[in-house]
Design a protein around this ligand. Structure first.
Ligand SMILES: [Zn+2]
Ligand SMILES: [Zn+2]
Length: 342
């Protein structure tokens, strides 16, 4: 099979790999959709390390193709439509048992495309514990998006919700890439009044379609004034910062008792404890989502009929890797997906 590799110099190349076969407890998935995620660009440019020569893509979704020994057929059988949680851990420590293998106490942060071959190839081998059913109502594209970008927005929104609810808040979402647009979509569907912020008018137009009530181009408009106009000078109750670049802007509009989730990486946010003290802010991050929250995210998208498919603007084949990532690297709008003819 052929898969996409990042040498780490801002290029994407296609290389030959042997077709995977499942070992004990493993499953091979026939990929149908493999999303392009914003964090791919860190690997593409070499700013985050990956194991050399491995297949990229950590938003795969597809159909079970082959099942290894030791996998209960009630868990996975050939033909099942599946989503994949892209992290794995030891399976036994506290964090793994809580459903957060990315924070495994034994071997944290092991993931598709950084430690093992990812989804930008026709076939993918994963531990059977990584699989979860893709609801019939969802497309493979939607299942791919929920596997990281949309699921990451969901994870951040769930943290915000747990810390005091999100309905009837003014919520500012910074960055209208796939994660930000998903955040706008979830926050609006939960009853928040959403202010979408970006530096690109095309992206802001998309944000309106995903439910933003107000859009602000922070490059051409006075952000604080616009927010104050809508919030009667109080600032927003909630911030979801997805760009990794808007920490200062995000804090500039956060009102008293505000809660802010910073989910864009690497991201730099500077503050004094005195400032946070005077505003009684709650500031936090969120790391994608747990196994359970990935499934809950999919269920929520189904029950609310949310337009996750509309996040995708471009469909590519594996052989178009170079062109696809050169386009994505411009970061001007949309989300791409690799699709496969099996
Ligand atoms: Zn563990
Ligand atoms: Zn991702």
């Amino acid at each position: 099979m052929r898969g996409i590799v990042f040498p780490g110099d801002g290029t994407a190349v296609v290389k030959e790999f042997p077709d995977p076969t499942p070992g004990y407890g493993e499953v091979v998935v026939e990929n149908r959709a493999s999303g392009m995620c914003g964090s791919d660009l860190h690997f593409y440019h070499g700013s985050f390390p990956v194991a050399p020569g491995i297949v990229q893509g950590h938003e795969p979704c597809g159909v079970v193709h082959a099942v290894g020994e030791g996998v209960d057929p009630r868990v996975a059988k050939v033909g099942d439509r599946v989503m994949i949680h892209h992290y794995w851990g030891c399976g036994s420590c506290r964090r793994c048992r809580e459903g957060w293998p990315q924070m495994c106490e034994v071997a944290p942060g092991q993931a598709l495309a950084t430690h093992a071959n990812g989804g930008h190839a026709p076939y993918l081998k994963v531990p059977s514990s990584s699989l979860m059913p893709l609801p019939d109502e969802l497309s493979f594209r939607a299942g791919a998006a929920i596997g990281c970008g949309t699921g990451t927005a969901w994870g951040g929104i769930k943290r915000i919700e747990q810390l005091g609810g999100i309905g009837d808040t003014w919520t500012a979402v910074f960055g209208q890439g796939p994660v930000g647009l998903s955040g706008v979509m979830f926050a609006a569907s939960m009853g928040a009044r959403v202010i979408a912020v970006d530096v690109d008018d095309k992206r802001l137009e998309q944000a309106k379609r995903f439910g933003a009530e107000v859009v602000v181009n922070s490059r051409t408009q006075p952000l604080v004034d616009v927010v104050n106009e809508h919030t009667k000078g109080r600032g927003v109750d909630v911030v979801l910062e997805t760009s990794g670049h808007a920490g200062a802007d995000a804090l500039s509009v956060l009102g008293t008792y505000g809660r802010a989730a910073f989910i864009g990486l690497p991201g730099k946010v500077e503050f004094t404890t005195q400032l946070v003290y005077k505003k009684q802010w709650t500031l936090f991050t969120s790391w994608t989502m747990s196994w359970m929250e990935q499934q809950r995210c999919a269920d929520y998208v189904v029950s609310h009929g949310l337009p996750v498919d509309d996040l995708f603007s471009h469909s590519w084949t594996i052989e178009q890797a170079a062109e696809a990532y050169a386009w994505f690297d411009r970061q001007d709008a949309g989300k791409g997906v690799f699709e496969f003819a099996h």
